[in-house]
Write a protein that binds this ligand. Structure first.
Ligand code: ATP
Ligand code: MG
Length: 680
């Protein structure tokens, strides 16, 4: 692995610059990523990959930048329209409209137009349940199911513009339900199947959903989660719901209460539903869905996405970032309850006519090689997951991967958090066999699709960098006053903003236009504020530094969480790390680090290991980043989508009451950390 000699002259020079000019740090995040940048190893695409890539013309960036409307207009023309748009963009900041006079239907674009071609009998969706049951739907079969279910929804009174809540495990019915809503022009709001009754209730009521689609249960780590029971608890407080459709997933393992007149079994309704449902002609700007963010930084927001713009964005990025071909099998491991599942399990791959794989359960069930077993058996070629999963695989050890033949993989990707360079290299070597390009893709629920990313046939990769904005997307790094940060000056760190509108961008927050303006557009007039810290290097590559809210301020130096964490993870014993600021008399803030260790690296002498880790950080990025406190933890608090929640760790470390915990995956993790932190 190419991680030696990182503390090079560039690092020292940059450290010196920081010492010399601490005042310059006030308005920006001073990157100590110098260690990373000093390491010059880049991973160029092979000639063979480049040759076959869907996008291998480096001029696309310039062309798109020169004429944004033309660039996105070309993608729009790849869709099937009932009424092709004449208009391209209307921009009254912060409200955008794209292709506003067009009419189309998302389910037609994802299904009907493929059914008319040789793709008719091609697998659209390959599914595996946690217990090992499997189903494959051809494009024809999926199209039939969607038509039938759209008829079911119609019979239950669902009309264009109505909201439908979907609370399902990762089963094909989830995708079918989404596409059936799209066929009618109804707006879906998918609620992750791991959420509690309380969270479901809030989301249903916020959207004033008319109908709920759920299941009796879903499998997770060998257990059947009683989804219908949770739904019933929620429904006691959801006056807008008129009908509930229940998928029979679990069978008869526990009693399922069916309330006459309100609740209906999916399979019964489907029995006499017709196989053709006229697709609604939907306006480009009509909403396709509402989806709540992960809630890493606070209370989740109901993000809304439009029909045409969103579809164009996911189509373009699926084609160019994941490079899918007719014979690829694409597996995006995200749950459909998150935007990643929306965009890259369902809409992107199907719009492109590709084959998408969906898996219901946990990566370690029944054993820690389940993902690799799936990849091998199905012959997965393109694989997309999150850093949190990769860090878990690393923690568990490479032997689980070694058991399987992953030679079909040709491209691997990641999304959700900054990927630590160490983890990137491990992923590239161990999962990617040293041959697959790694696409580290930055985006948000709000952005709808990937925005900062390599194009695998073009981009020379640097571990830990999401590289460049996708063609047709403009991003920048600015200081507190909104001035562009010069990449050469004191490391070039600051706030990541988007400078031009693009078709897939959010259209707002459901029912709250004021919050939309406040949250994203109030900090810098005319610029979209992402909430993330970033820096750009001399090649124009973007390095995500973590959430702006989480940035540390140590003796006047603003330090992104990602860089300190990456240096901790760089140590051979460390699996995962999260750092937060704690008040300090002299420095203003000191660093507290929460660290989980790799299996088999439990310290015989924890104090010695703590000192070693502190020294390791100092050696790599300088004394300013030395953690004052280190706490070893069995686990870190994460959102249900797997992101580390530093704000709760900060509450623990500063003895404050815990903030919003409704999106925590496992509340016991933070409770036990709280108890231990107070003790130590
Ligand atoms: P909330 O907005 O409710 O706090 P959230 O931001 O976690 O939740 P998402 O939309 O799921 O909700 O996550 C988007 C965020 O995830 C980004 O703003 C960024 O912080 C992080 N992220 C996603 N991909 C990457 C990546 N490749 N590198 C670094 N960070 C990433
Ligand atoms: Mg966010």
């Amino acid at each position: 692995m190419a991680r030696k000699g990182r503390k090079g002259t560039a690092a020292r020079a940059s450290a010196k610059r920081r010492e010399a000019a601490p005042h310059a740090a006030e308005a920006r995040i001073v990157p100590t990523l110098s260690g990373l940048l000093a390491e010059k190893r880049v991973y160029k695409p092979s000639a063979a990959f480049r040759r076959q890539a869907n996008c291998n013309d480096a001029k696309v960036y310039e062309r798109a930048a020169r004429n944004l409307e033309k660039f996105w207009g070309e993608w729009a023309r790849k869709l099937e329209w009932f009424k092709p748009p004449k208009k391209v963009r209307e921009w009254k900041a912060p409200f955008a409209k794209w292709f506003a006079d067009g009419k189309l239907n998302v389910s037609v674009n994802c299904l009907d137009r493929h059914v008319k071609t040789a793709r008719r009998n091609k697998a659209a969706l390959v599914w595996e349940g946690e217990p090992g049951d499997r189903r494959t739907y051809t494009y024809w079969e999926l199209w039939r199911e969607v038509n039938q279910f759209a008829n079911v929804l119609k019979r239950l009174g669902v009309r264009k513009g109505d909201r439908v809540a979907i609370y399902l495990p990762m089963i094909p019915e989830a995708a079918i339900a989404m596409l059936a809503c799209a066929r009618l022009g109804a707006i879906h709001s998918v609620v992750f199947g791991g959420f509690s009754a309380e969270s479901l209730k809030d989301r249903i009521n916020d959207a004033r959903a008319k109908l709920l689609i759920t299941a009796d249960g879903g499998y997770r780590r060998g257990n059947l989660l009683p989804l219908k029971q949770y739904a019933d608890e929620a429904l006691a407080h959801c006056p807008t719901i008129e009908n509930v459709v229940v998928v029979k997933r679990g069978g008869a393992e526990f009693p399922v209460h069916i309330r006459e007149g309100r609740d209906h079994w999916w399979h019964r309704l489907m029995q006499d539903a017709g196989g053709w449902c006229e697709p609604a002609a939907v306006n480009s700007e009509d909403l396709l869905f509402i989806l709540y963010t992960s809630g890493t930084t606070g209370k989740p927001k109901g993000i809304v996405h439009s029909t045409a713009g969103y579809l164009i964005g996911v189509l373009a990025t699926t084609a160019w970032v994941f490079d899918l071909k007719e014979d690829d099998l694409f597996w995006c491991t995200a749950d459909i309850g998150w935007v990643t599942g929306h965009s890259y399990t369902v809409y992107g791959p199907l719009a492109l006519g590709a084959t998408t794989l969906m898996y219901e359960g946990a990566p370690d069930w029944p054993a820690r090689d389940r993902f690799w077993d799936i990849c091998e058996r199905h012959g997965v070629t393109v694989f997309y997951t999150a850093p949190t999963a990769i860090r878990a695989f690393m923690k568990w050890g490479a032997e689980h991967i070694g058991k399987h033949d992953l030679s079909r993989l040709r491209l691997i990707g990641t999304v959700g958090e900054p990927i630590n360079p160490e983890v990137w290299v491990w992923y590239q070597q161990t999962v990617g066999g040293g041959r697959c390009p790694v696409v580290d893709t930055w985006w948000q629920t709000e952005t709808g699709h990937i925005l900062i990313t390599p194009l695998p046939g073009l981009t020379a990769l640097k571990p830990g960098s999401a590289t460049r904005p996708f063609p047709g997307v403009s991003a920048d790094v600015v200081d507190a006053e909104g001035r562009r940060v010069d990449p050469e000056a004191s490391g070039g760190g600051g706030y990541l903003v988007l400078t031009r509108p693009y078709p897939g961008m959010l259209r707002g927050i459901w029912g709250d236009p004021e919050r939309y303006k406040q949250e994203y557009w109030s900090r810098y007039p005319g610029l979209y504020f992402t909430g993330d810290g970033a820096k750009r290097d001399e090649d124009g590559y973007f390095w995500l530094l973590g959430r702006v809210d989480d940035v540390l301020n140590v003796a006047g130096h603003r330090i992104g969480t990602a860089e300190v964490e990456s240096e901790l993870v760089d140590h051979k014993a460390v699996a995962e790390a999260a750092v937060v600021g704690i008040p300090h008399e002299l420095k203003g803030e000191a660093i507290a680090a929460f660290v989980t260790l790799k299996d088999g690296h439990g310290a015989s002498d924890p104090v010695e290991l703590m000192d070693e880790l502190k020294e390791h950080v100092v050696r790599k990025i300088g004394a300013i980043s030395r953690p004052d406190r280190i706490l070893f933890a069995a686990d870190l608090p994460k959102t249900r989508s797997g992101k580390i929640m530093r704000r709760l760790l900060r509450d623990v470390a500063t003895g404050r009451a815990l903030g919003d915990t409704t999106t925590l995956a496992d509340p016991s993790v933070i409770e036990s950390l709280k108890a231990r932190y107070a003790e130590e």
